[in-house]
Design a protein around this ligand. Structure first.
Ligand code: ATP
Ligand code: MG
Length: 275
């Protein structure tokens, strides 16, 4: 491959580029300190680090729920750091967001959650407002059904969202994101409230979407085993600074010590074993 083609290909592949991103919540609190990061369509990245390290702030800066203090964020080569209004709405449509508490509309059906997720970002206000009144176009219903099928939850389509288990609700949240047809998926501790089996299922679905649709995924995690088993790359923060960037398989005990300041399972205090 010639150098020119190679450079072009790399550019196209770069979905998110973060340049010297700093977020200060106040003059004394720097949540992110001069972060640089590239995310390509081939990346399935875990963001790890102790509580308060800046993981959620990083994801929230990318979809602009939080405004950066300085630096730049590019989505598919376009600077989105300072945009607002309709352009910001369009960018948010391109970025799928998944949260720990699923953030579904509890009292409406599963399929309506997916549909409203899809139409929230619609360029047609008529479609959006009819969706709020519960009127959906046939093509939108079919698209939403297909998204539910992809996460294996279509048989619950007409149940109220809050009658589903946590793992099932998170799969609905993923279907809602799929309905946006996003360029990237950001997940902030998506399995923190789930049992191990549901957690594995959610991660397998995210992996499948990533592999089949070539959508990059960035996922904040506290569980190192999950980060090592399911993700390709790890990006670690501590007090807003990058302390590790590399392949998940290369994360060593020493790296873990640098990131968290101790080695899990080797706490200094005596474990209570004899009751
Ligand atoms: N809206 C806010 N206003 C002021 N300070 C904030 C705000 N959000 C986060 N912070 C602070 O910024 C720092 C980074 O917080 P952040 O939530 O990004 O960390 P985190 O790595 O996601 O932590 P956790 O693992 O507990 O979710 C913390 O010191 C936090 O208290
Ligand atoms: Mg967080």
């Amino acid at each position: 491959m010639s150098d020119l083609i190679k450079i072009k290909k790399e550019k196209i592949d770069e979905v998110i580029k973060i340049e010297n991103l700093t977020k200060k919540y106040s003059s004394k609190l720097t949540a992110l300190d001069n972060i640089c990061l590239d995310v390509s369509s081939n990346d399935f990245t875990a963001v790890i680090g102790p509580s308060g390290a800046g993981k959620s702030t990083l994801l929230r800066c990318i979809n602009r729920l939080v405004s950066p203090t300085s630096g730049h964020i590019y989505l598919n080569g376009k600077d989105i750091t300072d945009i607002g209004g309709a352009r910001l709405l369009n960018v948010r449509r391109r970025i799928g967001m998944i949260f720990q508490q699923f953030n579904l509309v509890k009292r409406v059906s599963v399929i309506e959650n997916v549909l409203v997720g899809r139409l929230r970002f619609s360029s047609s206000p008529v479609k959006y407002f009819s969706s709020l009144g519960g009127k959906f176009m046939r093509e939108d219903r079919e698209a939403a059904f297909e998204c539910l099928r992809q996460v294996g939850i279509e048989k619950h389509a007409f149940q109220r969202a809050d009658t589903l288990s946590g793992g099932q609700q998170q799969r609905v949240a993923i279907a809602r994101v799929l309905a946006q047809n996003p360029d990237i998926i950001l997940a902030d501790e998506p399995v923190a409230s789930l049992d191990p089996r549901s957690s594995d299922m959610v991660l397998e679905i995210l992996q499948k979407i990533h592999e089949e649709k070539k959508i990059p995924v960035m996922i904040n995690l506290h569980q190192l085993e999950i980060a090592k088993n399911f993700t390709k790359k790890i990006f670690a923060l501590n007090q807003g600074e990058v302390v590790f960037k590399g392949k998940s398989s290369s994360l060593s005990i020493n790296d873990i010590k640098d990131i968290y300041g101790y080695i899990p399972g080797e706490l200094q205090y005596k474990k209570v074993s004899n009751f």
